[in-house]
Design a binder for this molecule. Sequence first.
Ligand code: FES
Ligand code: FE
Length: 369
Amino acid sequence: MTSSTSLLATLPGQYYTDPAIFALEQSRIFGSRWLAVARASDVDRPGRYRTIEVGGESVLLVRGRDGGLRAFFNVCRHRGARLCTEADGEARRSLQCPYHAWTYGFDGKLVAAPNLTNMPDVDRSAYGLVPVHLREWLGYAWICLADEPPSFEETVRDAVTGRLGDPAAIGSWQLDELRVGRRISYDVKANWKLIVENFMECYHCATIHPELTEVLPEFAQGYAAQYYVGHGAEFGPEIEGFTVDGAAGFDRLGGVDPGRDRRYYAITINPQVFLNLVPDHVIFHRMLPISAERTLVECDWLYSKEVVASGKDVSRSVELFHRVNQQDFDACERCQPAMSSRIYAHGGVLVPSEHHLGAFHSWVLDALA
Ligand code: FES
Ligand code: FE
């Protein structure tokens, strides 16, 4: 008699293609969870704003006169016009609706509306912009579209501190002090879950990431750093820095423990953030799904103030993970068309070194249930 072990299944193909499932994810996941939507410094002075399309809504992130950051639904309270239509911009004195010129302060208050002065009994404070829950952490603006958001600490902070094994560890990278040295946006023709799954496993590393496995030789064995190498993946003996050719990078960031000096840490924060920590920089990815088959990924390379201010050349470290991103997103795009094949109707399989993806699938199914 022979015994055989069967492999765990992935989600069925329709989870990656079906607009009805995507709509449910938009409301139950992206419309309900904490999401990192922008670097707080993207809106660095009063009146600067960004608009973000997420969870089926347009969100307006704006810096107030008091220096505070605020988020609102980007919907005029009069007859619903989009207040700001650009992805980013700067308003001079106030936010004025381009339709009938209702005018809002950067704090969301309705400050003027043509003809409404004839009706002094109308309570203007009732017609301000509707706020969106907002937190600032790691230098990013995190929003939640739910009326009652889940605990930020449990759903976001703990995902990070749990992976580093020490609640204080993330603080040593001082992410809120870092500056954006480079930002690259990727328009990926693949379902967002293919991108998460890909990021969570390293079974593909030996096949598609020659530069990365050169720097992190243990990745060639196929075990994902964040799940199997909880201590962080170690740089190869000849490697001096996390750069495309292994050449030295920059000085270790001030607070980073010397014990983490030659290591790489990767963290996924469900549903849309991937964080990579190396001694001299941080790579922060945030995903925004556009449709069942298309996802925008904005990736920031963060360095110390000194490195960015001095204009030092960051291209060798940017090039390493930019290549990794392209290799990963190409792989996701290669899978996407097959998600609607009848061969994938019941999904594919996970090898043992990918079994932790099952936990992500359960997380998605629970959220949609
Ligand atoms: Fe904005 Fe009328 S819709 S002022
Ligand atoms: Fe990869």
